[in-house]
Design a protein around this ligand. Structure first.
Ligand code: IVH
Length: 698
């Protein structure tokens, strides 16, 4: 059997073309027939799919991060996306009557993204998306996919390129596999996407080869010439995809290029109509700005490009019974009700739980105080409509009142924390004068649920990201009394050396895994400052805010000192610096965190163990305006104000709204008034828009 598989490898090498597609298919049939004759081996292999991820794939750092997309759920969201683009490029549109602002529309394939690195036209490495920055090396498995050339066809490809796209499984293949598995009493496959994922994560590429996976190419990461200079494969998204096709990749035939939002929406409807007959799962349509130079100018927010958006198909629904309501306590003490449901399949996935958000939601009151579900409350025993959209947590969207069992009681939301027994309260929002929709446990550090959730957050992927220390291990270590605060994680090794009950003897551990874990912990003793600030779990400080704080303060010491000084000052807001993108809620929350001595003590103990690295502006730190504070005023002629701001920030400058002693440069266009006057008074350097471009070399 091995020799057949090996010769079938040749067929995948489309550049080489050792076998025709038909010959290759015939060969695969033989291979599968062999599996049929040998049920034992087949069964083993099938039961492996969907099992815990195989360990041992090497990590691969993507040359350029693999991003996610912002979502659009309605036609208006699409019109707004196009309107935003027009606004951003208004200066170009006004200046140049030939300026064309075109977009592409293509199906959003419901599979798994992969990045394929080609060097001088040869496929050298393929990786999963992972966390977007780092994925896993699944080269050998990807090589078994017929749509992925081992050698690029044609010519004119960059010396090094990461071709990106979606690995997916067709409905036909999924059915074939299901039928085949049923014959041997193998596992029941959930849906094509999960099955494709399981197939890709096989340790043995020959199993991957036995699943006919497919691939569509639609994006790319790095693209460089022989000297490592960045060279986009073409000028537009449309042309790049055409090139992919010439190079031997499968590309999606349903791609459209147009300038109008109406056309984009019409194309979405057309694809939606064809959805059931396409033969593979899609979950929406992706719109992208066509010109790559404009994409670069429009830029990114957090982890998604501004220049693309995913228009999702409406969620799928099903009816089931609400069997119970459980209360979970989160990191910030929020009591979140969770619906337990009679298992039901929604869009190919079994749903057993749904989020209920908060007590008002159960009562039939939405966030803005308006009724939801026609104001009908949810009671245990109710028949409900459940909805699932993509990876979003399932929601209960409706109650079938006529099916409500007699005697069903309204749900009594607890006023006592189920984890620690402390009082749980709804705070009064001082700004709106309304009660907060969330009921929170007041136990803080005495509440085991909050402590554990905080620890989980601390080590989570976008925070300190400690390999081998996941939710399960954190909960176990806390329960066993090994850790109670973040600092304890870093003293685990030394304490374990002295301990009677060694970790290597604990459930799920052994000498090797313990050593690996301790090494992984040590490897994170010098975390990036933004990750560290995010890891602290300060309320309202998400990743983006943490990065803004890190950028502003530069070092953990400065952040700590300033925040404590502000927290101790009677008017903290006068001490805490104004930071673009950070509002009053965050400022108050940071000060409240530092006003609590136990938090400061926990931080200081942690700082005895770890040394967060000073924040470095990675984007163009070498540009002449990096670190400078600039202000734009007057009318700009070459770019809009939004674009000017985005560009300056990309170059590492800070953009302020008004001129002060901290301003380094004022860029003044025609019609500049009071800001120009003030800058002149303060002796701030004033330059024109043209001079700005000369200086930044763009
Ligand atoms: S473009 C920077 N195009 O959707 C933009 N993504 O939510 C990169 N996806 O992780 C993505 N079909 O796995 C793009 N035609 C398509 C897509 C597509 C599916 C997936 C991809 C990505 C996710 C983003």
């Amino acid at each position: 059997m091995k020799s057949i598989i090996r010769s079938s490898d040749l067929a995948y090498d489309r550049g080489g073309g050792a076998l025709s597609d038909a010959e290759f298919d015939a060969l695969k049939d033989i291979l599968l027939a062999l599996y049929d004759i040998s049920p034992a081996s087949a069964k083993d292999e099938y039961t492996e799919v969907g099992a815990a991820p195989a360990e041992g794939f090497a990590k691969v750092r993507h040359g350029v991060p693999m991003l996610s997309l912002a979502n659009a759920f309605s036609d208006e969201d699409v019109t707004e996306f196009v309107a935003r683009a027009k606004k951003f490029f208004m200066a170009d549109i006004l200046r140049d009557s030939d300026f064309v602002l075109a977009f592409t529309a293509e199906p959003k394939i419901d599979g798994l993204s992969a990045s394929l690195r080609y060097e001088n036209g040869v496929f050298v490495r393929g990786a999963t998306r992972g966390d977007g920055t780092e994925g896993e090396d699944i080269t050998e498995n990807l090589k078994t996919i017929g749509d992925i050339p081992h050698r690029l066809k044609g010519s004119g490809w960059p010396a090094a390129i990461e071709v990106r796209g979606e690995v997916y499984m067709t409905h036909a293949e999924f059915q074939r596999l299901k039928a085949h598995s049923a014959k041997f009493g193998g596992q029941d496959y959930v849906n094509p996407r999960n099955t494709a994922a399981g197939s890709l994560r096989q340790k043995d590429p020959k199993i991957t080869a036995s699943r006919n996976l497919n691939f569509f190419a639609y994006a790319w990461g790095i693209a460089e010439d022989a000297d490592g200079v960045s060279t986009p494969p073409a000028a537009t998204q449309t042309e790049v995809v055409q090139k992919f096709k010439q190079w031997g990749f499968a590309t999606n035939p349903l791609m459209l290029r147009t300038q109008s939002a109406d056309d984009l929406i019409a194309h979405y409807r057309k694809i939606e109509e064809q959805r059931a007959t396409l033969g593979y799962d899609i979950d929406g349509v992706v719109y992208k700005l066509d010109r790559l130079d404009l994409q670069q100018r429009w830029g990114f927010v957090a982890r998604a490009p501004r220049w693309a958006i995913a228009h999702k198909f409406p969620a799928e629904q099903a009816t089931t019974v609400l069997t119970g309501i459980d209360i979970q306590v989160g990191r910030t003490g929020a009591l979140t009700p969770v619906a337990r449901l009679k298992p039901v399949t929604v869009g190919g996935v079994v749903v057993e739980n749904a989020t209920l958000h908060n007590e008002d939601y159960i009562k039939g009151i939405g966030n803005n105080g308006e009724p939801i579900r026609n104001g009908i409350d949810l009671r245990v025993g109710d028949t409900v409509t459940v909805q699932r959209a993509g990876d979003v947590i399932p929601q209960i969207v409706d109650v079938l009142l006529d099916k409500r069992p007699e005697g069903a009681e309204p749900f009594q939301f607890p006023h006592i924390c189920p984890a620690c027994g402390s009082e749980a309260v709804r705070e009064l929002n001082e700004k709106t004068g309304k009660l907060d929709s969330v009921r929170r446990c007041t136990g803080e550090l005495i509440c085991p649920a909050q402590v554990v959730e905080n620890l989980k957050h601390f080590v989570s992927r976008n925070a300190l990201d400690i390999d081998g220390l996941g939710d399960k291990q954190v909960a176990q270590f806390y329960a066993e009394g090994r850790i109670a605060r973040p600092a304890d994680i870093f003293t685990l090794r030394t304490r374990d050396e002295r301990a009677m009950k060694k970790l290597k003897d604990a459930d799920g551990f052994g000498p090797v895994s313990v050593k690996k874990l301790f090494d992984a912990i040590d490897a994170r003793r010098e975390p990036e400052l933004d990750r560290f600030i995010f890891a602290l779990g300060i309320r309202h400080v998400g990743e983006t805010t943490a990065a803004l704080l890190a950028k502003e303060f530069g070092t953990v010491e400065r952040f700590r000192e300033t925040a404590i000084a502000a927290a101790q000052h009677e008017d903290g807001h006068s001490v805490f610096p104004e930071i673009g993108g950070i509002g009053e809620t965050v400022r108050s929350s940071v000060m409240a965190f530092f006003a609590n001595e136990r938090n400061v003590q926990a931080l200081d103990d942690l700082l005895d163990e770890v040394r967060p690295q000073p924040y470095v502006v990675t984007i163009s730190a070498d540009s002449v305006v990096a670190g400078k504070t600039v202000v734009f005023t007057g009318s700009l002629e070459k770019m809009t104000r939004t674009e000017a701001k985005a560009m300056a920030e990309r170059l590492g400058a800070k953009v302020a709204g008004s001129v002060s002693g901290a301003t380094d440069i004022l860029i003044a266009g025609p019609g500049a008034g009071s800001k120009l006057k003030k800058a002149e008074e303060l002796g701030v350097e004033v330059i024109s828009e043209d001079e700005w471009f000369e200086r930044v070399g763009q």
